[in-house]
Design a protein around this ligand. Structure first.
Ligand SMILES: Nc1nc2c(ncn2[C@@H]2O[C@H](COP(=O)(O)OP(=O)(O)O)[C@@H](O)[C@H]2O)c(=O)[nH]1
Ligand SMILES: [Mg+2]
Ligand SMILES: [Zn+2]
Length: 293
């Protein structure tokens, strides 16, 4: 049996990339009974019946699984924001970061459209870039117009499965096109993010860019904290997590407990107020959700 990775699923066929070749496979008959649905991103063992065709015999255990789009084993999320048009939003970034961290996916932050910054907006965006780098996140500032910074993304893609995520219009498709000339993804395509609620089975495909695999559709289209428990939230803010052993109470939620190291860092200006405020509002949102049931 050979080993490979599913890069596309379409009409009952799975396209398995193995040693540089793509084999068109069907799932084993027993999968249906065992309720196993192979996903794009799955590592599989397959039996080739010819040079081009085969059967998937086994699906390896998944590291994680996204629902929309359906992809397994995502290593990282490239969170794309624009500096302006639309304006950079730190609360939206924090929301993405929490969702990504909670799935044990590594986030990479990209701030695109840097060419559009003016004298007034530049220092604001640069301040955010400094703050997020200070937390320890990788932040890449790009422009697909001047091409500045775009190539810095390539080494991050190598050997990994990545999804691009971010609001419509920030430049995700433009970035992918810039990273892989000839890809020709549609840009300024506002129809694609309206699929919600409609019964469109969106097919996903992983495309090879920079020695890695990238999903061709944006990830994390649902931005609600539906699967998140209160206790998980403090783990999704790395700069809180690293200080939490200094809090007086074990399992401190950094809300109203005394002698809280996070509160202390906030007062000292080591944690920006907006990060803490977003944390509090997410905590309230999670609690609120619970009382609804
Ligand atoms: N000025 C400027 N415009 C950009 C940049 N990147 C993308 N755009 C434009 O922003 C619009 C949305 O880009 P698109 O790639 O479709 O965004 P997506 O919805 O995130 O895939 C298009 O009109 C692009 O030409 C950039 O770096 N600078
Ligand atoms: Mg797009
Ligand atoms: Zn605390």
């Amino acid at each position: 049996m050979a080993e490979g990775k599913i890069i596309k699923a379409l009409s009952g066929f799975y396209y398995v990339l193995s040693e540089g070749k793509v084999i068109q496979c069907r799932g084993r008959g027993v999968f249906r009974k065992q309720k196993i649905t192979p996903l794009v991103g799955d590592y599989v063992l397959f039996e080739a019946s010819s040079q081009t065709d085969g059967y998937i015999m086994e699906v390896r255990e998944r590291k994680n699984e996204l629902v929309r789009p359906p992809i397994a084993n995502v290593n990282q999320a490239i969170l794309v924001f624009s500096a302006v048009e639309p304006d950079f939003s730190s609360i939206l970034l924090d929301r993405f970061l929490v969702l990504v961290e909670s799935k044990k996916i590594r986030p990479i932050i990209v701030i695109n459209k840097m060419d559009l910054l003016s004298g007034k907006t530049k220092p604001i965006v640069e301040g955010y870039i400094r703050d997020y780098r200070h937390i320890g996140y990788d932040v890449i500032a790009t422009s697909t117009v001047t091409k500045s910074g775009v190539e810095q993304l390539l080494p991050y893609l190598e050997g990994r499965i990545s999804v691009f995520a971010g609001q419509s219009g920030v430049g995700k498709s433009s970035l992918l096109n810039a990273l892989r000339p000839g890809l020709n993804l549609k840009t300024n395509d506002i129809s694609t993010h309206l699929g919600r609620g409609k019964h469109t089975t969106r097919h996903v495909e992983l495309i090879e860019i920079g020695g890695g695999l990238v999903a061709d559709t944006p990830g994390f289209s649902a931005l609600e904290f539906n699967d998140l428990e209160e206790g998980q939230l403090p783990l999704c803010f790395p700069e809180f997590l690293e200080r939490s052993h200094e809090c007086k109470f074990r399992g401190c939620t950094h809300m109203s407990e005394p002698k809280c190291a996070v509160k202390k860092a906030l007062e000292a200006g080591d944690i920006p107020a907006y990060r803490y405020n977003h944390y509090v509002s997410f905590m309230e949102e999670i609690k609120e959700r619970k009382t609804r049931y």
